[in-house]
Design a protein around this ligand. Structure first.
Ligand SMILES: [Fe+2]
Length: 564
């Protein structure tokens, strides 16, 4: 194995000793490449392509306390390339306007998560997004997305940033979601942007790009209130816009407060409209008060004209920093988390959804791309093992990492689970389909193992998607510290080659020499952080530092239940 470090931000960086910056969340700040990684086991020949990952990693220590710091770190794009049984790794910063401005200044210029009123004067007018949430692949383009701004386009081979992307100047929305939906039949890209008209705006842009990536539609509508709209869903004929009461208020921002608070007494909604229709056709259906969801597993129509929306739901926003800003302290074991199916009767007169619990607590759900928006038989998601011995690995925005991978079957077969040993954490996998119809393909996921108070080793695990309980069939060792990813995306070698050919490039050369070597860059010595003292470590009682609450979180799930 050969390693090459393309860039190191190696000035004096002193981050606060808080959960946002310690343990697995410790900032790394390196751009590097690793070739011919050590593989334990055999990589199936069909796994040829790249696993792109989005990782927040702040280049500079903050100058003020910010509970949302974990999701506000500079976006890095990472690529795990699979070619002929070999694997390489590379990671680079997304060169956003914000990142470039801070590099030039040699220090942080931007304050709290999504609050420009907390920025340094030098940051005024500079795009604040950090493009750190999902690498989206569509029509031969790789876009690094974050819901607070427009995406940045990245070269899929060199990982060089090509600039902010606005669909050839056609996009009007100030924002684009990190959770797009691609129809498996038409290959159209469905997406939206909330706070489309700016901070605290109720305007939502609903957009459609054709299979070639041309933006063909953009319509705006008003949400019932300005809400965090992290994800949405499509069916074969409809677009669904869930609204949960994690809300924004401009006066709070102007006063230097947090972007989000969660309001337990406020209704949730789902807006439903024909996906090729007009926003004036939107019908709003009412859900339970106070609920929260970050990710939907899928949505589909049935023969009776109903729509089903499957989502990782809880009774309160799960992010501790949002709870703190809301005056709440509801631990994970008491938040009512479940995989919930909301059924919407389009032909009836009721505006209420009906809820059925179809799975246990968890998040980061996945389905085969071919099942998008269609009736489906199974999916995967991450969860916590209720029998886990010992604490979870601390990290990520919630404060504790998942340690269990589930395969959930919706045809009546029992769920499968892979519970990792104590001290292990699992990140959101990507699904690699198999050409053989009966074979469910594979899941690729990064597993972190804690080997000391601040020590971790990392590996990519390859699992049979239809038999996750059997454990990995191969492991790829990554001999460098990794920070937790947010989301990932699998792109086959055939798609990458087709996109390269369209650009006039050449076929993929394999795992070697795919990444350009950027100039080594040194950042000026920074001033020490003067905010939260190191004694603040462990100061957040709702972050489950000892794991006891998570043991209760995964309450036994005994199959579908129903509640209206
Ligand atoms: Fe997400």
């Amino acid at each position: 194995m050969r390693a090459r470090c393309a860039r190191i931000i190696d000035g004096m960086r002193i981050f606060p000793a808080t959960p946002e910056f310690t343990g697995l969340n410790t900032p790394i700040g390196d751009e590097y490449e690793l070739e011919r990684l050590t593989v334990e086991g055999r990589i199936p020949a069909e796994i040829q392509g790249t696993f792109f990952r989005a990782i927040p990693d702040p280049a500079f220590q903050p100058y003020m306390e910010d509970g949302g710091a974990v999701i506000s770190g500079d976006g890095m794009v990472s690529a795990l390339r699979f070619a002929r049984g070999e694997v390489s790794f590379a990671i680079r910063y997304v060169e956003t306007d914000r990142h470039k401005a801070e590099l030039a200044a040699g220090r942080a210029l931007f304050g709290k998560y999504r609050n420009p009123y907390t920025d340094k004067p030098e940051a005024r007018g500079i795009d604040r997004t950090v493009a750190n949430t999902t690498p989206v692949w569509h029509a031969g383009r790789l876009l690094m997305t974050k819901e607070d701004g427009r995406p940045y386009r990245v070269d899929p081979r060199s990982l060089a940033t090509l600039g902010r992307y606005d669909f050839g100047g056609r996009l009007k929305s100030a924002t684009v979601t990190a959770h797009v939906r691609i129809d498996p039949a038409t290959h159209e890209l469905f997406f939206f942007g909330y706070e489309a008209a700016g901070l605290a705006s109720t305007k939502v842009a609903y957009c459609l790009a054709d299979r070639h990536g041309n933006l063909t539609r953009e319509q705006w509508f008003d949400a019932p209130y300005c809400a965090m709209m992290h994800d949405f869903a499509i069916t074969e004929h409809y677009a669904l816009f869930p609204i949960y009461p994690t809300t924004c208020d401009l006066a709070r921002l102007e006063a230097g407060g947090d972007h989000w608070v969660h309001e337990l007494g406020r209704d949730s909604f789902v807006g439903v409209m024909p996906r090729y229709g007009a926003v004036s056709e939107m019908r709003w259906f009412r859900g339970p008060k106070g609920v929260s969801c970050y990710h939907m597993m899928n949505a589909f129509e049935d023969s009776a004209g109903r729509i089903h929306l499957d989502q990782c739901l809880s009774n309160v926003n799960a992010f501790p920093f949002i709870q703190r800003a809301s005056g709440l302290n509801i631990p994970p074991g008491e938040n009512g988390a479940r995989l919930a199916r909301w059924t919407i009767e389009l032909r009836g007169g009721s505006d209420a959804v009906t809820e059925t619990v179809i799975g246990p607590p968890g998040d980061l759900p996945m389905i085969p791309a071919a099942s998008q928006g269609r009736p489906y038989s199974h999916g995967w998601m991450l969860s916590m093992n209720p029998q886990m011995q010992g604490p979870p690995v601390l990290g990520g925005p919630v404060g504790a990492m998942f340690n269990t991978l589930l395969r959930l079957d919706f045809t009546g077969k029992p769920p499968q689970g892979l519970a990792l040993p104590a001290g292990h954490a699992i990140s959101e996998p990507v699904h690699v389909p198999c050409a053989e119809g009966a074979h469910e393909g594979w899941l690729l996921t990064i597993v972190d193992e804690q080997t000391g108070p601040s020590d971790f080793v990392h590996a990519l695990w390859i699992l049979q998607a239809g038999d996750v309980a059997a454990g990995p069939i191969a492991r790829v060792h990554i001999p460098h510290r990794l920070r937790p990813q947010v989301h990932g995306w699998w792109v086959s070698a055939a798609e990458l080659d087709a996109a390269a050919a369209k650009r006039g490039g050449t076929r993929s050369p394999g795992v070697d020499r795919q990444f350009s070597t950027a100039a080594r860059l040194r950042v000026a010595r920074n001033t020490p952080y003067r905010g939260t003292p190191s004694s603040a470590v462990g100061g957040h009682p709702d972050e489950c530092r000892h794991g006891t609450r998570y043991a209760g979180n995964a309450r036994p799930w005994s199959g579908p239940s129903h509640r209206a």
